[in-house]
Ligand binder design. Structure first.
Ligand code: ADP
Ligand code: MG
Length: 232
């Protein structure tokens, strides 16, 4: 691929705490992720996966090394640059994080609040369209308590993708789901990513869905390594 990486992680170190409590969590993490790829990150709990994901999503400041997302260097970047990156990233978390008091459509629409340039009728139409895309056309006006775990996670996918982000970061999106719902959720993400041409990085422990990945990387004790496809 002669393309520029969408995410270029180069010798990234990360520390939590200060003074004698300062603890290194990431050790020279290095990886490149290219446009349109679906990359899975596996690894034991506590190994640093979420930390790396939040660095890539510009939710946390990069301390050491270089992290370029969509061509922008995040280390030492001013906050307005970080905001630009966040606008181009959709997030899906393990717990769907839907607001209980809002309908499925209103939850999806929230993601477009960051985009005041889009007229409200378009916001409305696009949110409904996106819910249809994830198979929830009949649930547009339902509140989260009327939806199953898999349906709520599909609302979360619609919310992450409705702004047509260039990157989607998903942190254990299938952890709380049964096998079939988990597969449905990643397959929907895969289909939409191909349609929209976005790049997806999914953190998962779930080896039932690894076959959806184009490539797998593994985090262990803060060290990131490529996984040989032959043994994945
Ligand atoms: P994973 O997502 O792989 O389970 P995390 O990135 O959440 O790992 O955590 C890596 C390590 O960093 C763990 O030891 C965790 O306890 C620690 N850690 C995570 N977040 C913080 C924080 N905000 N402050 C201090 N330590 C943290
Ligand atoms: Mg985690």
């Amino acid at each position: 691929m002669a393309l520029e990486p969408v995410i270029a992680i180069d010798k990234v170190n990360h520390y939590y705490g200060s003074g004698s409590l300062r603890k290194q969590i990431l050790f020279e993490a290095t990886a490149s992720i290219y446009p349109g790829e679906i990359v899975f990150m596996t690894g034991p709990s506590g190994s640093g996966k979420t930390t790396l994901l939040t660095l890539i999503g510009a939710l946390r400041s990069t301390q050491e090394g270089s992290l370029k997302v969509l061509g922008r260097e995040l280390r030492n970047a001013p906050s307005r640059e970080l905001v630009k990156v966040r606008r181009n990233v959709g997030y899906i978390f393990q717990a769907h994080n839907l607001l209980k008091s809002l309908t499925a459509r209103q939850n999806v629409q929230m993601a477009l609040d960051l985009h005041p340039e889009i007229p409200s009728p378009v916001v409305y139409a696009r949110s409904c369209e996106m819910l249809k895309e994830v198979g929830l056309g009949d649930f547009i006006n339902q509140y989260p308590h009327n939806l199953s775990g898999g349906q709520k996670q599909r609302v979360a996918i619609a919310r992450a993708l409705v702004s047509q982000p260039k990157i989607v970061l998903a942190d254990e999106p299938t952890a709380a789901l049964d096998k079939q719902s988990g597969r449905d959720v990643v397959e929907i993400m895969q289909r939409l990513a191909k349609q929209q041409g976005c790049t997806i990085l999914i953190v998962t422990h779930d080896n039932r869905i690894l076959d959806v990945a184009d490539r797998i990387i593994n985090m262990e004790d803060g060290y990131l390594t490529a996984v040989d496809p032959a043994i994945a």
